[in-house]
Design a protein around this ligand. Structure first.
Ligand code: FO1
Length: 326
């Protein structure tokens, strides 16, 4: 290990796309250097259980049990409980696998014992052998609602039950005004060692905006001495995963990395776009951001580590090393 300086990195993540970069960062930074804050606007209560999809996507990715083909949940999953629930007349549109269910049961149990969501997340991560610090954005509930031509829909109803088909016009983060950032998130925002904030390639509207909308977060990031870098979830005009491109169009914007950069203008000091989008560089520079043109499509572990290392080399030189990569 060479050149670890004690500088800290904060990653803001949604689910699957963000989790890929979070995993890469966890391979090139020492555990005490990295804090990952996950969106909890996707959370909901289902069949009496507390479901936190983005926290779980990051947690499963960091512990290597994520299903990379399906994109969510645990690999090697079975569905016997869901089938039995169906026979009992329960709702089965939100698919809870047997292995994944254990997470929701244990989380719900610990929350019922009075632990905060931060404490529960730390306990689950520790049990899964995760060294990096993963935190919910808040310990208080925030619930994303999607305003669509089919009415106002809770996020998972829009995303899973309605398969993102309704046309969106705006978003509402119910409860956000009274949801302070989680204690660990707040501490990181105030930590003088914080040198870099990475907005992962997650959906800007429903994965990142809930985090930025928490009281004080945007202002803290704007005033922070730490550099803020956002990684585009749009490559070649298409979302790497999920409805980001469709949402951009329905909101009357271009489905392009430039539109994502414009969304973060005034907040991000630098923007990362894919090498295949290099023609967009001048337009993004004109928004007042430095531009990094990197390979952002992450299929393999090498891709994830490569993007993390390239980001840190560019924005935090002399901070990381190659020795931690396993
Ligand atoms: N996504 C789906 O598209 N269909 C599902 O049935 C589904 C179930 C599910 C269960 C647990 C969990 O943690 C995540 C799950 N997801 C499912 C993903 C979830 O909807 C996420 O919110 C999205 O991936 C957006 O981040």
């Amino acid at each position: 290990m060479t050149g670890t300086t004690g500088k800290k990195v904060l990653a803001l993540s949604g689910g699957v796309g963000g989790a890929k970069l979070a995993l890469g960062l966890s391979k090139v930074l020492a555990p005490e250097q990295l804090t990952i804050v996950a969106n909890t606007g996707d959370d909901f209560e289902h069949l009496g259980l507390s479901i936190c999809p983005d926290l779980d996507s990051v947690m499963y990715a960091l512990s290597g049990v994520n299903d990379t083909v399906r994109g969510w949940g645990v690999s090697g999953e079975s569905w016997q409980c869901l089938e039995s629930l169906g026979r009992l007349g329960a709702e089965t549109w939100f698919q809870l696998g047997d292995r994944d269910l254990a997470t929701h049961l244990q989380r719900s149990f610990l929350l019922g014992q009075g632990l905060t969501l931060s404490e529960v997340t730390t306990a689950l991560c520790s049990a899964l052998g995760i060294a990096a610090n993963l935190l919910p954005m808040s310990d208080q509930p925030v619930r994303t609602e999607v305003i669509t031509d089919a009415g106002t829909l809770p996020f998972q109803t829009y995303f899973v039950r309605e398969q993102c088909q309704p046309r969106v016009s705006s978003f509402h983060f119910s409860g956000v005004e009274s949801a302070p950032p989680s204690p660990g998130f707040l501490a990181m925002l105030q930590d003088p060692a914080l040198a870099l904030v990475v907005i992962c390639p997650s959906n800007p509207f429903v994965s990142v905006d809930p985090i930025l909308s928490l009281p004080g977060v945007r202002a803290a990031l704007e005033q922070s001495a730490a550099a803020v870098v956002a990684v585009s979830p749009i490559v070649g005009g298409r979302a790497l995963k999920g409805p980001a491109a469709k949402m951009l169009q329905e909101l009357g914007k271009d489905s392009s990395a430039t539109a994502v950069a414009a969304h973060y203008a005034g907040l991000a000091d630098a923007f990362v776009l894919d090498q295949s989008d290099a023609t967009l560089i001048p337009g993004i520079r004109a928004l007042g951001m430095d531009v990094l043109c990197l390979q952002t499509v992450m299929h393999s572990l090498e891709d994830k580590v490569g993007l993390a290392q390239a980001l840190l080399d560019a924005l935090l030189p002399n901070t990381v090393n190659a020795g931690l990569v396993v």
